[in-house]
Design a protein around this ligand. Structure first.
Ligand code: GSH
Length: 282
């Protein structure tokens, strides 16, 4: 698998780089971003935090808006941000051109329904193909954390809960906590996986928590002025599922904050520290 460099910017003593590659999982060309802290040039093999962005995003939103580089440089944490869906002229999008399904909205599942099944396999891309690429091409260890925002928060929870042992740290910002019970999730899961709702459970963090064999502590931040809170995000469902399963969850409701990257930038340091501490001790 060859990587083509797209851009390179020095940042906080390290490097922000974007790459293009052919994805065999998604059957299309993909771009991703990686932040390499200064320690990457000093011979160390560093832990990696995978960041999954939300609806409409690419690899760029988090890297440009979250302000994560300064502390990542201090902590010696590599950050990898993939795109949020397969891309390209051959990839079908939302039939009505909506922003909450299709391009920019892969929901980090493996689709089983046509015409989505050929390209929309973001779970396998994020969990398997991308880490293999990162671990073959960059000075990283096999210690992995995962986090994300909104659709990407759902993705982080589901990727970790479905793959015990694969990640050593987990967090989320304003995740879509119970996708089988909210309009964004019902639309996406119904199309990607089909209308048989019993097949949605394996892609819903609340259902997965009940059966998890690993109890990785979860940190979640959620703004209480988030316009999507009640209808789409439902953190109370995640809290109830964690409580019922005895799963360690720290859910922080942050007064006055909305759904934007202004909110993420306000609390990203706590998440980076949460990941760095767990990955250091893993
Ligand atoms: N495009 C939608 C909003 C979608 C949205 O809020 N996306 C979030 C993730 S769910 C995001 O991160 N947007 C990109 C950004 O803020 O940079 C709208 O205009 O209402």
């Amino acid at each position: 698998m060859s990587l083509e460099i797209v851009s390179s910017n020095k940042s906080c003593g390290g490097w922000h780089k974007r790459y293009r590659h052919r994805s065999s999982t998604l059957s299309c060309d993909m771009q991703f971003a990686v932040y390499l802290p200064p320690q990457a040039e000093q011979g160390a093999r560093l832990p990696v935090l995978y960041w999954l962005s939300g609806l409409t995003c690419t690899d760029e939103n988090f890297m440009q808006k979250a302000g994560a580089q300064k502390l990542a440089a201090e902590l010696g944490l590599v950050i990898v941000a993939p795109d949020t869906s397969p891309r390209g002229a051959e990839v079908p999008g939302d039939p009505e051109g909506a922003w909450d399904f299709g391009l920019g909205a892969g929901f980090y599942v493996n689709a089983s329904q046509e015409p989505w099944a050929r390209h929309y396999r973001m779970h396998d891309y994020v969990v398997h193909e991308l880490p293999a690429l990162i671990e073959a091409n960059f000075p990283v260890s096999d210690k992995r954390g995962i986090s994300g925002h909104s659709m990407g928060g759902h993705g982080a929870l589901v990727c970790a809960l479905r793959n015990p042992g694969r990640y050593q740290s987990l967090s989320a910002f304003a995740p879509i906590s119970n996708p089988s019970q909210c309009p964004w999730g019902e639309k996406a899961l119904g199309r990607y996986l089909g209308e048989d709702r019993s097949r949605w459970r394996e892609w819903d963090a609340c259902a997965l928590l009940a059966e998890a064999t690993e109890r990785l502590p979860i940190l979640v931040d959620q703004g209480d002025r988030d316009d999507f809170l009640a209808k789409q995000l439902k953190p109370e469902a995640l809290q109830a599922a964690a409580k019922a399963a005895g799963h360690p969850l720290t859910l922080r409701l942050q007064p006055g904050y909305d759904h934007s990257y202004y909110f993420i930038a306000s609390f990203i340091d706590d998440h980076l520290r949460h990941h760095a501490a767990a990955l250091r001790n893993a």
